[in-house]
Design a protein around this ligand. Structure first.
Ligand SMILES: Cc1ncc(COP(=O)(O)O)c(C=O)c1O
Length: 480
């Protein structure tokens, strides 16, 4: 199936204005990538604003960059949002509170389900959550004589934490899109990233026997070299996202936790992309307990891996509103609130839209949906289907992709990753995908899928088939 796309004069005019005046993410204003107009959306489908008498629909295999977990135009989320809108849309959290904010935080803590994590700062985007987390860690260290000179963050290469200045300073310094700012950013410490694990789906003991002990050597070395300077470790647990789509072994996180305990360093986990079930556990760090359980380690002998500070965003409102949250334990909350803190115990951050009532209403409903627990079956079904239809096909050398154009294929939770040898041509790929009714947005050498949890198995088959078809066409294209 291939669909041609053309527009009415009114839509063509809109696109022309867009092209001249509006920046799109990570593109040139003067020579932008093509964009497609969307007129509505439902389930996991976007309906394009074309001149066709029948709707031209594409399956959004990207969940609008990881966030639309419960699907577009979800009746429950719509209802929550409209009900709130009829009451009030926004009120400052300075001097006021509201039921939506309180209910949301109660339910978010329930979803997190880790007794130490009890204190929440509501922010307005993932990058801001990371800024808040970094400031919290700094302030937490400032309030104690023994740690007040610890000002650097230790992280791993290939990380991505957002586009604002603090966040950029902990993104990969070489391969990230932010490297041009390197000499304008605060200086942090980067350890080698763990190797990529390429195993069975997480629902089938995916991490078994794949741990490489050497993976943690450089991190250990950095701890030894910089122990008096490290304020906190920050990383994306289990799956590094925009810095390379790299799934890694839970034992690495266990080792990081041990080092944080040993050196009394705070552990910040950025679960903005991985949170709310995407990797097969409700939060990616929970793979550590599952892995230790699978190995038969008794609960009392397990290393308890749990962040001191955790950032969430994206799926929090299932893509309805921009919102994020930073959740911390008592150690961090008490240190920040200490009268010895330079601010007398205040945390000096307060975005205008923190705790926005519309965002809280829809996030609360998104938490309700997660608390019902269907996500586990949905994510596991998606993972197994990507494994069968995409992973196994590509891994088979008889199918002519692996080792020729494809360097790597991985699956972790509801994420399928194909890494190519050559950098993709985004415009070429996008046109192919859209004409076959699927939206996949490649970057650098990566083509990856992370569909909404509500995708049907027929729709997911279409996504996997289209991706395979386009990879074969890409092979023919570059071999021309
Ligand atoms: C792991 C991670 N952290 C932070 C961010 C930044 O979030 P936002 O784009 O909402 O600022 C992202 C966005 O992709 C992310 O994947």
């Amino acid at each position: 199936m291939s669909q041609e796309i053309s527009y009415t004069p009114a839509v063509a005019e809109l696109l022309d204005f867009d092209k001249k005046h509006i920046w799109h993410p990570y593109t040139s204003l003067r020579s932008p990538l093509n964009v497609y107009p969307v007129k509505s959306a439902h389930g996991c489908k976007l309906v394009l604003d074309t001149d066709s008498p029948v709707d031209v629909e594409v399956i959004d295999a990207m969940s609008s960059w990881w966030c639309v977990i419960h699907g577009y135009n979800n009746p429950e989320l719509n209802e929550a949002l409209t009900n709130q809108m009829l009451k009030f849309s926004h009120v400052l959290l300075g001097g006021f509170t509201h039921k939506g904010a309180v209910n949301l935080v109660q339910k978010l803590l329930k979803v997190i389900d880790e007794p130490p994590l009890q204190y929440c700062f509501l922010a307005d985007s993932g990058s801001v959550a990371v800024e808040v987390a970094l400031k919290m860690a700094l302030q937490s260290n400032m309030s104690q004589e023994a740690t007040k000179n610890r000002t650097k963050f230790l992280t791993i290469k290939n990380g991505y934490h957002g586009d604002t200045f603090g966040a950029m300073s902990v993104c990969d310094p070489e391969n990230s899109m932010h490297h041009i700012y390197n000499d304008r950013l605060s200086e942090n410490i980067f350890a080698q990233a763990p190797s990529i694990v390429d195993g069975l789906p997480t629902s089938q003991n995916g991490f078994e026997d794949l741990w490489n002990e050497e993976d943690v050597n450089d991190l250990k070395k950095q701890f030894e070299l910089h122990s008096g300077e490290i304020c906190a470790v920050i990383l994306e647990p289990i799956l590094q996202g925009a810095g390379g789509l790299r799934p890694y072994h839970p034992q690495f996180l266990i080792e990081v936790q041990k080092l944080c305990n040993q050196y009394d360093v705070l552990f910040i986990m950025d679960e903005i992309a991985t949170g709310f079930g995407r990797t097969g556990e409700i939060f990616a760090f929970k793979h550590c307990q599952k892995y230790q359980d699978q190995r038969g380690i008794s609960p009392s002998d397990q290393v308890k891996v749990v962040p001191d500070i955790m950032c969430v965003g994206k799926g929090l409102t299932s893509g309805y509103m921009t919102m994020s949250a930073v959740v911390v334990n008592d150690k961090v909350a008490s240190r920040i609130s200490s009268p010895n803190s330079p601010t007398g115990g205040c945390f000096m951050h307060g975005p205008t839209f923190m705790g926005n009532a519309l965002a809280c209403s829809v996030a609360e409903k998104s938490m309700d949906i997660l608390l019902r627990g269907e996500w586990r079956r949905q994510v596991s079904a998606i993972e197994n289907q990507i494994y069968r239809e995409l992973y196994e096909y590509i891994k088979n050398p008889d199918n002519g992709l692996i080792g020729t154009v494809v360097k790597r294929v991985s699956v972790v939770g509801a994420v399928g990753i194909v890494e190519l040898y050559k950098k993709t041509d985004p415009e070429w790929f996008q046109k192919k995908f859209i004409s076959k009714g699927v939206h996949i947005r490649p970057f650098n050498c990566l083509c990856y899928i992370m569909p909404p949890y509500v995708i049907t198995s027929e729709e997911l088959t279409q996504v996997n088939q289209v991706l395979i078809e386009v990879l074969h066409e890409w092979k023919a294209h570059i071999n021309q």
